[in-house]
Design a protein around this ligand. Structure first.
Ligand SMILES: Nc1ncnc2c1ncn2[C@@H]1O[C@H](COP(=O)(O)OP(=O)(O)OP(=O)(O)O)[C@@H](O)[C@H]1O
Ligand SMILES: [Mg+2]
Length: 279
């Protein structure tokens, strides 16, 4: 029987969420989320604090299971996978989590070697060479023998990047990879995320608050608010957007669709001074 031409085969996205939802108990955090990430793409997820970005990343990473809709990675529906199959798929994902730390009692070398030793049967000599290549890629081969306590924050982040890509993942998930970095380290980390993604031929999903760095770096952006995707587009589309939410984010306005004030009764009703005296 003739085989279909490779070029006519449908392209399977690395990540596809279809109407995905998630609740922590009664707290419905995400509803009706549609999101697609293709091989080669770096995609940013932005949104205000508490909007559900980390939750969304954990759904993609298979640490949480959607309670509505579907989450597919490399064409596999995470909701239908056995624990073993999910574990096998998660080995093909690299993760750099919010507040994710290095093992402080291990050297830089051993930190990067950890996933290789844990998840493969590769001989020690090969692991040695792979670790040095990953450290070379992030510019820290010379720091292999140091302990995390001897690194700057920016260096530690780069070691965490090398560890996240140690197994040559098909998908890398980053939760606030730029948090706490000075502008130079931030720029280096951003370029590394792009370079590692392109060198691996992988896909990357990055939660970040840094609008301008990510608009220079990524292929596509999703904005999360009120439990759903409120806007999405290429950086060019996002920069040109008239959507008030996107505008508030891109122009760093303190008040807008995302209010400055946490919901509260009017201030005057709570003060003990007579109303006329409230400045
Ligand atoms: N383990 C948990 N159990 C219960 N509720 C949780 C849990 N983790 C998060 N939440 C709630 O889910 C909502 C979304 O949290 P999430 O951490 O996904 O937000 P986020 O967008 O990543 O915020 P930030 O920008 O501050 O990191 C919040 O209301 C939070 O209180
Ligand atoms: Mg978060």
């Amino acid at each position: 029987m003739p085989q279909p031409l490779a070029s006519s085969a449908p392209v399977v996205p690395v990540v596809r969420l279809s109407q995905a939802g998630f609740a922590y108990g009664d707290n419905a955090v995400l509803r009706g989320v549609d999101l697609t990430v293709h091989r080669g793409q770096v995609v940013a997820i932005m949104g205000s604090s508490g909007s559900g970005k980390t939750t969304l990343l954990r759904l993609i990473g298979g640490q949480l299971r959607a309670n509505a809709g579907k989450v597919e990675v490399a064409g596999q529906d995470l909701g239908g996978l056995s624990r073993a199959a999910l574990y096998a798929l998660r080995r093909r994902m690299g993760m750099l989590f919010q507040f994710g730390a290095l093992f402080t009692d291990m050297s830089v070398f051993d930190n990067v070697a950890f996933p290789l030793r844990e998840h493969t049967d590769l001989p020690a000599a090969l692991i040695h060479d792979l670790v040095l290549m990953k450290l070379q890629a992030v510019g820290l081969r010379g720091a292999a023998g140091l302990k995390p306590g001897e690194l700057s924050g920016g260096m530690a982040r780069r070691v965490a990047l090398a560890r996240a890509v140690a197994l040559d993942p098909l998908l890398v998930l980053y939760d606030e990879p730029f948090a706490g970095l000075d502008p130079i380290s931030l720029g280096i980390t951003a370029q590394l995320i792009r370079r590692l993604n392109d060198a691996l031929g992988a896909a990357s999903v990055m939660v970040t608050h840094d609008v301008h760095v990510s608009l220079d770096l990524v292929d596509y952006v999703y904005f999360v608010s009120g439990g759903g995707i409120v806007a999405h587009g290429t950086p060019t589309e996002i920069r040109a957007s008239n959507d008030p939410y996107v505008h508030q984010f891109v122009h760093a306005e303190a008040d807008g669709p995302v209010p400055f004030h946490y919901p509260a009764p009017p201030l005057a009703s709570l003060l003990s001074l007579p109303e006329g005296d409230v400045p």
